[in-house]
Write a protein that binds this ligand. Structure first.
Ligand code: CTP
Length: 410
């Protein structure tokens, strides 16, 4: 596909190099359109080498090709990253005295904007008003994130990470290509890891970041579903991917029991339920009302009595309505792929789900990483799909299997 990457003059321009590179690796034609200011941060040779395309900033170059409108007209997607306060203002006003400006006016393609600026500039009513105008015209925003800025200061204004921007861009392209194959579908997905309190300050938890489940929510929303994301202890920066979407509702939960209550309630009206959360199998039998102190425990050993939590997924599968699709995840440690899939098959049978996405986890794989491989098993235990890649890509692969299942479950 044809992607225009507009780059305006901010220090985050160096991170936009990674965006161009990833999109080229994905097989897209990337046309970088930097502003003159952007070239102060990253020079033309870098953009040309990374994008493997000629780079112009001026409407007076290649006039015969009518480049100032052609780039926009031919684009399937336009990304502006970083988008400075100045560029947002110019976009809102429709100013077209450089190639980026003319391209943005000439295009009918979806536009994704990744703002980057100091917190005060982002929060200024002028910038907020410009962002509101652009949003009302259908421009999509990603970020800005809350974090470290150029100097020692931090706050909202940091450009979203290149990986997140690429994931959103691919999803926008996909939305154009796939058509909204989940429109009208209500999809509930749990994500993150539950925490079981020990006392007011301690809990038993797990390493699940929530990235995979959030990626499923984002991808499903991109394909038109009405999504309810049950978020168990997920960092705000990870949730940022779905926060701004109007067809994603986020419900936050902490413990397994809380998750069960909302999962059962939301499943009542859902067409698809995906349990991607890592749910604690046990909880502490007696949660202390006050902080447990060492002298209360006494001795070198501490015994905590744990009692079993309900199996939410198995309950949902047991009570499912005709046509409803229930999907589980299984994170397993196994020596090889065959035993991983075998463990998955046993779990699938125990839980009684329609689809089970199995992935390998270990000390160094699966959890905080961006890449993942999912083996998707159908109710009979057959391996129907293997999807590898970023969590956004594996989420799309899982949704393909869900769409196929929905069409036969009808
Ligand atoms: N799950 C659930 N409720 C639980 C435990 C797990 O709904 N109390 C769901 C998870 O969200 C996931 C699937 O079940 O979709 C598999 O989770 P996993 O922890 O791998 O399964 P367990 O049943 O805990 O199996 P085991 O710990 O024996 O491997």
């Amino acid at each position: 596909m044809n992607i225009v990457l507009g780059v305006s003059g901010g220090i985050a321009a160096y991170k936009a190099v990674m965006i161009a590179r990833r999109l080229v690796e994905e097989g897209h034609d990337v046309h970088v359109v930097p502003t003159d200011d952007a070239l102060q941060f990253v020079g033309k040779p870098t953009w040309e080498a990374i994008s493997r395309q000629p780079v112009t900033t001026s409407v007076h170059e290649n006039v015969a090709e009518v480049r100032h409108v052609a780039l926009g007209q031919e684009a399937d997607l336009v990304i502006v990253a970083p988008a400075t306060a100045n560029t947002l203002a110019r976009m809102a006003a429709g100013i077209a005295d450089n190639l980026l400006g003319t391209t943005l006016l000439a295009t009918q393609a979806p536009i994704l904007v990744a703002p980057a600026m100091h917190t005060q500039m982002w929060q200024h009513p002028a910038t907020q008003a410009n962002a509101a105008v652009l949003l009302s015209r259908g421009v999509e925003f990603i970020g800005p994130d809350d974090g470290r800025l150029t100097g020692t200061d931090s706050g909202p204004g940091r450009m979203s990470e290149p990986d997140q921007i690429v994931a959103r861009a691919l999803e926008m392209l996909r939305r154009r290509g796939v058509e909204d194959d989940l429109r009208g579908v209500r999809l509930v997905v749990s994500a993150g890891g539950t925490r079981e309190p020990i006392d007011p300050v301690r809990f038993i938890g797990n390493r699940s970041s929530g990235r995979q489940g959030v990626a499923v929510a984002a991808a499903a929303a991109g394909r038109g579903a009405d999504v309810v994301l049950l978020a168990a202890n997920i960092e705000e920066s990870i949730l940022a991917d779905v926060r701004a979407r109007e067809n994603v509702q986020i419900v936050t939960v902490t413990s397994a029991n809380e998750l069960k209550v909302v999962a059962d309630r939301e499943a009542g009206t859902a067409d698809v339920v995906v349990m991607a959360a890592a749910v604690s199998d046990y909880r502490v039998a007696e949660v202390r009302a006050t902080k447990m102190r060492k002298e209360d425990v006494g001795g070198e050993h501490l015994m905590l009595e744990l009692i079993e939590n309900p199996d939410i997924l198995a309950g949902l599968a047991r009570d499912r309505r005709p046509g409803q699709v229930i999907v589980g995840f299984a994170a397993e440690t196994a020596d090889d792929q065959q035993s991983l899939i075998e463990l998955g098959r046993q779990k699938l049978a125990r839980k009684g789900v329609d689809l089970l996405a199995v992935n390998a986890v270990g000390w160094s794989e699966g959890f905080e990483t961006a890449e993942n491989t999912l083996y998707i098993l159908a109710a009979g235990g057959e391996l129907i799909s293997t999807v590898a890649g970023t969590k956004a890509e594996t989420a799309e692969g899982l949704l393909d299997s869900i769409v196929a299942k929905l069409s036969t479950a009808g």
